[in-house]
Design a protein around this ligand. Structure first.
Ligand code: GDP
Length: 302
């Protein structure tokens, strides 16, 4: 179980270490320092708006408290980032229903880490003593079905699947019926990330959602969009499309271990107004972490 700070090494190198170097080389807080800080924040993919807001907070505080030591500015930036993320990452917690299964529909384009993330979430629930049903509703790719089955075997989770090319809604219908009748605690639904056209895909996802709601009126309890952190702004554009079509309720941000632009977390919570539920920091089963803004910033600045 590697420490989060180690997993965020690439972002720490480009972001935290650059901030440290900048502040070490300066004797006082001046306009040039703020300019260089701005450049570092923007480079880490924090986004222009977030960067400006953070720097404005910092400038105000420097003025109010009459600060001159650059080291104090580092703490201000860290705290501002923390409160910013905590405030924008709402609602932070997944809410489990009082009764019946918790149903999560997982969406996202191919290759972002959807199936892996479902496997890891299933493992978390399994470890917490919940019974998990995995649903292979990406019937477009045979590989997606077999990959999900492997995750099911690893975690003692039952996998509901049909053959490649089967109607995804019918797979979901069967799975929901079984979840309700057998009293499963958690249902995790894998969906396609690419069909012949984008309109096809969105129509299919809408249909799946309708099938779920028809069988369980308060479900799905979560529509989780998986975004690959290494794709930057592109991931945010994808999110907008999915959100408009089916209404996303939370984000899993994968591959944060593979990017120097971990500041994307702030960009996501601002631009999408959606909470980040999980972050992926590696390919192993325990590399999916619950996203905790405090812990994330502490790890980044550790
Ligand atoms: P899908 O097409 O969206 O279902 O994507 P997959 O689940 O098949 O994942 C695509 C690739 O990304 C696989 O090689 C995964 O092991 C890898 N992957 C997923 N999440 C992470 C992560 O957090 N970090 C790293 N480094 N790789 C990841």
């Amino acid at each position: 179980f590697k420490k989060l700070s180690e997993r965020l090494a690439r972002t720490r190198e480009s972001f935290t270490q650059r901030i440290d170097e900048l502040f070490l080389g300066k004797k006082q807080i001046d306009a040039a320092l703020f300019d260089e800080l701005e450049e570092i924040l923007v480079t880490a993919d924090l986004g222009i708006a977030t960067t400006m807001e953070l720097l404005e907070t910092a400038r105000r505080q420097v003025k109010r408290d009459n600060l001159s030591d650059p080291q104090q500015l580092k703490h201000i930036i860290k705290d501002a980032l923390k409160s910013y993320l905590t405030a924008t990452n709402r609602p932070a917690e997944l809410v489990m229903p009082q009764q019946g299964p918790f149903v999560m529909m997982v969406v996202g384009v191919n290759g972002v880490g959807k199936t892996t993330t479902i496997g890891k979430i299933g493992a978390k629930f399994h470890a917490a003593g919940r019974s998990v049903l995995l649903v292979a509703a990406d019937t477009f790719r045979a590989a997606a079905i077999s990959q999900l089955k492997i995750w099911g075997e690893r975690n003692d989770a039952r996998v509901i699947a049909q053959h490649e090319g089967a109607d995804p809604s019918s797979v979901v219908f069967d799975a929901m019926a079984m979840a309700v009748s057998k009293g499963y605690d958690v249902v995790l639904i894998d969906t396609a990330g690419r069909l012949h056209t984008r309109a096809n895909l969105m129509d299919e996802l809408k249909k799946i959602k309708r099938v779920i709601t028809k069988q369980l009126p308060d479900a799905p309890h979560e529509v989780l969009l998986v975004i690959d952190a290494t794709t930057g702004q592109n991931g945010i554009s994808q999110a907008t499309l999915f959100n408009e079509a089916i209404g996303v309720t939370g984000i899993a941000l994968t591959k944060l271990d593979g990017t120097a632009k971990g500041g994307i977390v702030a960009n996501i919570t601002r631009e999408l107004q959606l909470p980040i539920r999980f972050i992926g920091v590696g390919e192993k089963i325990d590399d999916l972490r619950d996203f905790d803004a405090d812990e994330f910033i502490e790890a980044l600045f550790a």
